[in-house]
Ligand binder design. Structure first.
Ligand code: 5GP
Length: 214
């Protein structure tokens, strides 16, 4: 099957990173595209695993070198998808899970053919506030900025292929997995479908011939 780019977007705190990680842990047919960012690492984050943490100067250098498929500014920091990361996962035959905000997702949809996009929404405003508050890594001005941005981001949801409500993490992961399953049955991702159908058709015709003769 042709691997595709699975773009996950959500308002910050919507739970997409957790969903992305759970998918990677549960499925062998997906891999994670590790983005580059100028944001400093949070306590539990590891360089090269959660993000490639780079300086602003290095980010600018890589933009000039054409290293990014897309990049965007978010909360005063830059974030970008490295073409080499996407290539690495595609070359292993796996779908590429990308956890990116809405501007980057739009660029990926405009630029790449092989995209399946999923917008994840929180079940309520309170759930979003609780999740962001629970993270305790955001200082209040950041928190307010992320909430204001979340309101604007919701406008983009209608342009995605799918919308999933993340009320329960296990259920949301199961829904995204179901999207991968359903998508992989589309003829567009099955380059050998023509041959398989032709072979099946020949087999059936042979059986019909045999039955007719007996
Ligand atoms: P955070 O700082 O919470 O890890 O991420 C902030 C926002 O940046 C999230 O919405 C996340 O999805 C987005 N983001 C992470 N990596 C990328 C990227 O490579 N490109 C874009 N456009 N957004 C990204």
């Amino acid at each position: 099957m042709t691997p595709f780019l699975l773009v996950l977007s959500a308002p910050s705190g919507g739970g997409k990173t957790t969903i992305a990680k759970a998918l990677i842990a549960a499925r062998e047919d997906v891999g994670y595209s590790v983005s580059a960012t100028t944001r400093p690492p949070r306590a539990a984050e590891r360089d090269g695993v959660d993000y490639h943490f780079i300086t602003f100067e290095e980010f600018v250098r890589r933009v000039k070198a054409g290293a990014f498929l897309e990049w965007a500014e978010y909360g005063g920091h830059r974030y970008g998808t490295l073409a080499a990361e996407v290539e690495r996962v595609l070359a292993s035959g796996r779908h590429v899970v990308m956890d990116i905000e809405v501007q980057g997702a739009r660029r990926i949809r405009d630029r790449c053919q092989n995209v399946v996009s999923v917008f994840i929404i929180p079940p309520s405003a309170q759930a979003l506030v609780d999740r962001l508050g629970g993270r305790r890594t955001e200082r209040p001005p950041d928190l307010v900025r992320r909430l204001r941005r979340a309101v604007a981001e919701l406008d983009e949801a209608k342009d995605y292929d799918y919308v999933v409500v993340n009320a329960d993490r296990t259920q949301a992961v199961a829904e995204v997995a179901a999207i991968i399953e359903a998508e992989s049955r589309r003829p567009r991702w099955q380059p050998t479908l023509d041959q398989s159908l032709a072979a099946l058709g020949r087999d059936i015709a042979e059986r019909a011939d045999t039955l007719e003769r007996t």
